[in-house]
Design a binder for this molecule. Structure first.
Ligand code: NG6
Ligand code: CA
Length: 504
């Protein structure tokens, strides 16, 4: 009996030690919030020169934090960038491309992730917003538990748009289940054929708030045709115009519930991705129509986070990282007049290119790090990639990156906190080809294959050429003068470095 009691007390002590290690870590650990916008370009915020729309909340972060001019997402599209941010691994290592809404989970659940690393450090973790990293293992049953998903990637709480706002299914998934689903009206999804569910954009243009291109002419949900087809799930359908209200509420609840111990929040705001459907409150807030109004909406969401932290007295103990997942784009499939109403606004800032592009604007993101009392305000030209946040935040919270995890993540914590202007020596930029940065040199790998038709049709500069390109960003920030032919040695050196990364 005594031995049994002894064993029981030992187990209890062990349990207490483990749980206190998880829930009551050293009080020094700051909360970490990544505010991750969608398709917002370097120039889309007031602090970086936006015209025709005001972003007072984001500007407040910039004014009181570090505003970066050479910080990048890892790729010029969403899925690859989000993959790198959460895994510390370049996306090509997993063949990551833009995923359809019924794709399986892309992230290897056996490997470490940024949120899992933070869980180990005692953080409660949450994702609210756009996911776009796949769910489940094969054919997804949207009516049951959808696993593996955000929980298996390391998020204790999740409230997600499964793929993108322009892809079915147009429902939120909360902690592995479709929110508000009526079991009597099950959901079916297909990216191959019409399921005879909702009317189609191709057949009912009169039902649309904005016309979509052919790819965006599948099921009509909330007056907008989407990519793909869905059936059922009427009670669970989202209302795009309510995104900011619904998501900010989830964010606030999570922050309130976790105010007394460290938390990590990945708030993936779906603005300013298509279809751009701002809440009525923001309609007319810009001179640029829907795209500009969506920027105002994204700024409001950011402001709500700042306000909640202030109300709870958490500001000084919370590190906010504000950024975006890929460069800006005007026409991305819907008639929303983004081009016509642009005026003098330059979403790409002084850089060349856009979303999908190998030029700088494809990955050079508006990036701000804000941590009152800990980060001095100013600007930084350190060259950084979001793939580095994993290793950098690991140091901040006193965790080691396990061998085999986060293979591409470099610890640049001091640069992220504005303590040094020295960032990476070499950086990969993924797009439909590879770009490589070495100091101010920018190399773009030529492609032999023809540019896909849908990309060719876009009014963008993809940067895809059969010829090697080299630019000197120090003297040519706009990548106008290709000097590859004059600099064969630099080209060779950079090709060698790129091959090394690709073969690692
Ligand atoms: C493209 C879509 C585009 C957008 C993008 C994903 C077409 C023609 N275009 O394939 O509208 O949805 O995928 O954007 O279908 S991202 O920001 O999530 O990468
Ligand atoms: Ca995006």
């Amino acid at each position: 009996m005594m031995i049994r009691n002894l064993v029981l007390s030992l187990c209890f002590a062990l349990f207490l030690a483990v749980s206190s290690c998880r829930r009551n870590p050293s009080p020094k650990k700051p909360n970490i919030i990544i505010i991750y916008t969608d398709d917002a370009g370097y120039g889309d915020i007031g602090a970086n020169g936006a015209k025709g729309v005001e972003t007072p909340n984001i500007d407040l972060l910039a004014k009181n934090g570090v505003n970066f001019s050479d910080a990048h997402c890892s790729a010029a599209t969403s899925t690859p960038s989000r993959f790198s941010l959460l895994t510390g691994s370049y996306a090509f290592r997993r063949n990551a491309a833009i995923l359809p809404g019924d794709a399986p989970l892309l992230i290897d659940t056996k490997k470490g992730t940024l949120p899992k690393m933070l869980q180990k450090a005692g953080y409660e973790t949450a994702v609210v917003g756009k996911w776009h990293l796949g769910l489940g293992e094969g054919d997804i049953d949207w009516n049951g538990e959808i696993v593996p998903g955000a929980r298996e990637v390391g998020f204790d709480y999740s409230f997600i748009i499964p793929a993108t706002p322009d892809r079915v299914p147009c429902v939120f998934v909360e902690n592995d289940r479709v929110a508000n689903l009526d079991p009597g009206d099950p959901i079916e999804v297909s990216y191959q054929h019409d399921l005879g569910g909702y009317p189609l954009g191709t057949e009912h243009p009169e039902m649309l708030k904005m016309k979509g291109d052919l790819q965006h002419s599948g099921s009509i949900i909330n007056g907008e045709s989407r990519i793909g087809y869905m059936k059922g799930g009427h009670s669970a359908l989202w209302v795009d115009e309510d995104f900011p209200i619904v998501m900010v509420q989830k964010v606030k609840t999570f922050i309130q519930e976790n105010k007394s111990h460290p938390f990590f929040l990945y708030f993936a705001i779906p603005d300013v991705h298509v279809p751009r459907m701002p809440n009525g409150v923001f309609v007319g807030e810009s001179t640029m129509g829907r795209r500009g109004d969506d920027i105002a909406e994204m700024d409001w969401c950011t402001g709500q986070v700042i306000k909640e932290l202030e109300d709870l007295g958490l500001s000084e103990n919370t590190l906010i990282i504000f950024s975006s997942d890929n460069g800006p784009i005007l026409d991305d499939g819907y008639d929303d007049q983004a081009e016509e109403l642009l005026g003098d606004h330059k979403p790409w800032g002084p850089y060349r290119g856009s979303k999908y592009s190998a030029y700088e604007a494809g990955t050079r993101m508006p990036t701000i790090v804000y941590w009152p009392g800990h980060v001095k305000h100013g600007s930084s030209s350190a060259m950084l990639s979001q793939v580095d946040l994993y290793a950098s935040l690991a140091r901040l919270v006193g965790q080691k990156v396990k061998r085999g995890d986060a293979p591409d993540s470099e610890d640049h914590l001091d640069a992220w906190l504005g303590k040094t202007q020295k960032g990476r020596d070499v950086m990969l930029e993924e797009s439909f080809t590879f770009g490589l940065r070495m100091d101010d040199w920018k190399y773009i790998e030529p492609v032999s294959k023809a540019t896909p038709g849908w990309l060719k049709n876009k009014k963008i500069e993809s940067g895809l050429t059969k010829k090697v390109q080299l630019y000197d960003l120090k003297n040519d920030i706009g990548e106008q003068k290709d000097i590859a032919d004059e600099n064969p040695r630099i080209v060779k050196k950079m090709q060698g470095k790129l091959q090394k990364i690709l073969n690692e």
